[in-house]
Design a protein around this ligand. Sequence first.
Ligand SMILES: Nc1ncnc2c1ncn2[C@@H]1O[C@H](COP(=O)(O)OP(=O)(O)OP(=O)(O)O)[C@@H](O)[C@H]1O
Ligand SMILES: [Mg+2]
Length: 261
Amino acid sequence: MSDLLELDHISLAYDTPEGLVPVVKDLCLGLKQGHIGCLLGSSGCGKTTILRAIAGFEPLRAGEIRLAGRCLSRPDQAVEPQARQVGMMFQDYALFPHLSVEDNVGFGLRRLDKAQRRARVNDMLELVGLSDARHRYPHELSGGQQQRVALARALAPEPGLLLLDEPFSNLDVDTRERLAFELRDILKKTGHTALLVTHNQAEAFAIADRIGVMDRGRILQWDTPYALHHAPTSPFVADFVKREVLMAQRAQAYQRGLAAE
Ligand SMILES: Nc1ncnc2c1ncn2[C@@H]1O[C@H](COP(=O)(O)OP(=O)(O)OP(=O)(O)O)[C@@H](O)[C@H]1O
Ligand SMILES: [Mg+2]
């Protein structure tokens, strides 16, 4: 099976007053239909820039982006963002404050007639467990509920690909963990293909079928979580994975210590 999403040797740079600053360098990855991919890396390594390029908001300096075999971007040509069938959920997942939950979810469905729209909104609210909150406004919801509304809104138009940039960044640790598993369940149930960005390794390993460990605009390894643990191809990836495992073990030991007191 060929990949649904293909990033083929892409390079990205920002135009700044000091000149062109390269951010992403000759990067390749492929994501299969129905898979969840995750870009993992420290702040500033270029994760958001890559998602923005896939969504159509950053021009490519080199390479090509394809979705289902169709070229979305290359340096001399780009499909408009709204014509890409790519759904997005960004860091602050900004819901429309003056719209109810159901109107937020239905926002991208204006092309459907009223009955179809209502049916689709109902399905989405049921999927994320918020049918009872349909008439509430965003400020009447918890952070986790708002996050689920944003997910329902992103999924409602049935995008061919869903991009999620740090979808849990504003939530407490417990809610984050719960929603990470919930997100995986929802995406697997609906068969969506998604590329997610995080700098939380535990989250990436909980959710992803493929993880890309990034360093300064490059993907050092794009692989299964298992392979990253057991067959890292570079000292950087080995250290990166080991460091987080050590931290998790230390946190557990610390909690056990507290429990014993
Ligand atoms: N509009 C812009 N103009 C110039 N430089 C930018 C712009 N946006 C981002 N950058 C720079 O590009 C690099 C990559 O930024 P990007 O936002 O993709 O990082 P990131 O991996 O998403 O980081 P974080 O984890 O902090 O969100 C950074 O050095 C950043 O300062
Ligand atoms: Mg970012």
